[in-house]
Ligand binder design. Structure first.
Ligand SMILES: *[C@@H]1O[C@H](CO)[C@@H](O)[C@H](O)[C@H]1NC(C)=O
Ligand SMILES: *[C@@H]1O[C@H](CO)[C@@H](O)[C@H](O)[C@H]1NC(C)=O
Length: 227
């Protein structure tokens, strides 16, 4: 029995175990497997493990997307998390190559994936409040928003969840150092029904402006937090 004599349901099940590259490679072998690759049911969950994966064409983005996770756990994330004015030329250069990848991808998600239920962005140091707010405005069914180690995100995202995230049941903001206690408190008062977890977010020590003198205890604390 040949692989292609299996029915669509079986093939979808088999494809579901494969990574994006393998799915695409198989789809290039014959029309039958291309049909499987193009089946929307195959693409309700997307996991990415680096921003560069977002720019590839080995997956299909569309209204069937429900769960989107972008994780970037790399030593490079530490560079992204440095305030722009503190970056060296080399660090700036490094970031300039990928700085807009996640933002541009989220823009596409806003246009193409109105049925998204869950979004996780981890280590995406370049995304801004605006990027997340656009998703909240476009993907009105979102139930779960999880941001981890996204240093540019501020209380404005929490305010936007109050205004636009009517369906949200769970919000996580872990290691987002530009979120404040006041922002979290206000959110809890306005949307008590939403499960809010914010591990280590408020109270982390932001980078100081150039010229500001850093208290040594604070500096040490920061080194410990980021190491
Ligand atoms: C997919 O095909 C490309 C090009 O032939 C190859 O380099 C790559 O290793 C293949 N990937 C997988 C996961 O099979
Ligand atoms: C955090 O917020 C401060 C004050 O709004 C801003 O100056 C700083 O650039 C923000 N940090 C990052 C990494 O965006």
């Amino acid at each position: 029995m040949h692989l292609t004599s299996l029915n669509q349901e079986c093939l979808l099940h088999l494809f579901s175990f494969l990574d994006k590259d393998s799915r695409q490679n198989l789809s290039l072998t014959c029309k039958r497997l291309q049909v499987v690759f193009l089946d929307p049911q195959l693409w309700s969950l997307l996991n990415f493990f680096s921003p560069s994966e977002l720019a590839r064409n080995n997956f299909i983005l569309g209204p069937f997307l429900r769960y989107l996770n972008i994780y970037w756990h790399s030593s490079r994330v530490k560079v992204c998390n440095i305030e722009d004015y503190k970056k060296t030329m080399f660090q700036r250069d490094l970031c300039s190559k990928h700085a807009s990848l996640v933002s541009h991808f989220l823009e596409r998600v806003c246009h193409m994936c109105p049925n998204l239920l869950s979004l996780t962005l981890s280590g995406c140091g370049h995304i801004t409040d605006g990027d997340v707010i656009n998703v909240l405005c476009s993907c009105r069914r979102l139930q779960r928003l999880c941001l981890e180690n996204c240093c540019r995100v501020t209380d404005a995202v929490l305010q936007a969840v109050v205004t636009h995230g009517g369906r949200l049941q769970e919000v996580r903001l872990d290691f987002c150092r530009n979120v404040t206690h006041t922002g979290l408190q206000t959110f809890r008062e306005k949307r008590p029904a939403v499960r809010l977890v914010a591990e280590r977010s408020a109270g982390m020590i932001p980078d100081t402006l150039p010229g500001e003198k850093l208290h040594s205890r604070r500096a040490l604390q920061k080194v410990l937090i980021f190491s």
